[in-house]
Design a protein around this ligand. Sequence first.
Ligand SMILES: [Zn+2]
Length: 457
Amino acid sequence: MGARGENVARFRYRRRLQGQVRAFPLLAGVLLSSCGGERLTDWDGDPPPSILFISVDTLRADALGMYGYKKPTSPELDAFAKTATVFEQTMSAASWTLPSFASLFTSYFSSTHKCWKPVSKLDESFETLAEILLRNGYDTACYVSHPMLTSSNGMQQGFVHFDDSYSDPDADFAARISSQEISDRGIRFMQQKARVADGVPWFLWLHYFDPHSHYMPHEGITDVFIEQPGKQRPLLRGTYDGEIKYTDIHLGRIFKELEELGLADDTIVVFVSDHGEEFFEHGNVEHGSSLFNELVRVPLIIRVPGEEERRIPEVVRTVDVMPTLLDLVGIPVVFEIGGRSLRRLIQGEHLSLPPALMEIQQTKETIMKGIVRGRWKLVHNGSAGGTLSLYDLEADPLEKSDVSDQNPAVVAELKRALEKMVEEAVAHGTKYDKASDQDMSPAELEVLQGLGYLLDD
Ligand SMILES: [Zn+2]
């Protein structure tokens, strides 16, 4: 039932998009024309670069070699990172999948797009990264492997080729292993693009799921990471690390294919995660229940052809990814609030950066929200009577000590900044329609519950 409903929704959406595909005067180099449903193939000069957007679900930054992890989880990603810009402190807008992706693909925080719940659907009044690229002549495609990144949640917006068949709610989703399949499909897409060589830039989103619970062992891979097989925490963490290593192997195939097909020099590659994972550091497992850094600090690596490799120590946000990409390909979209372009950092210049905002809904009435500016992080816990906690991320990167009592002036200043950011995000959200609640089938709801998402109704 659910799958059929999605197919109908996708079909309707494609028909609607066909009427929208047209040249857009923003992009330098686009030959302007109004050609109805026809595909744009004429470019005045070189077309802008294609974009390969790779996301791995549930991947905490500090589980990867380039972020200091000592275990060999990520040799392929580490090699890729040596050719790119590595953002060392990237904050996600949320600590679970849907709001995090809604923020990545709209450049707005949760208080604006309001995808607070697993059944929320991003409203079509928001224009996504894929929609803007499509409108400017890009071919857009994605292969996703998370049941929350489907048309049910509005994540299909802007994709001409939208393949969520790997999110079939009838399957035992938690037990699936999908990285090989996602890489196979991504490689097939790139091979087709290389063969056609029609000069039309493309935007390909590949979403990997394997580090998400339930963690699955991989023969010849996982054993290396499990130090104390009999104990729960090392077993969980080791199996999670093995999932990352398994995913890394299949990411290596993508990077290799990109080079071998001769596409690397014309393709911007983005690597990001939606959130991390916790292993009892603050009493919980998995994700979505707090805003500690094991959940909100994510990897962000961007490779732009012709740019030198570098590392950026300043705090940036996942909402900055969309403005950065649009800026890099010459589409000058200015966001009133939300994200801002990091292009100048990638090009070795200086940029003053706004604070990072992160939010999750706790109950129907309460939101947990946090702000990170420089070394300080302030978290407002809505359901605990509105308590405030302050962490010094430089002196205490594991967030073990709440130092709010010792730093009242910092708390007061960050509280004001946090309130202002949320107020602006809420006010901007009134320009759009709110996320709606989807009627999901019992099978779809069961899949989400099986993956640990709490559904309040
Ligand atoms: Zn996720």
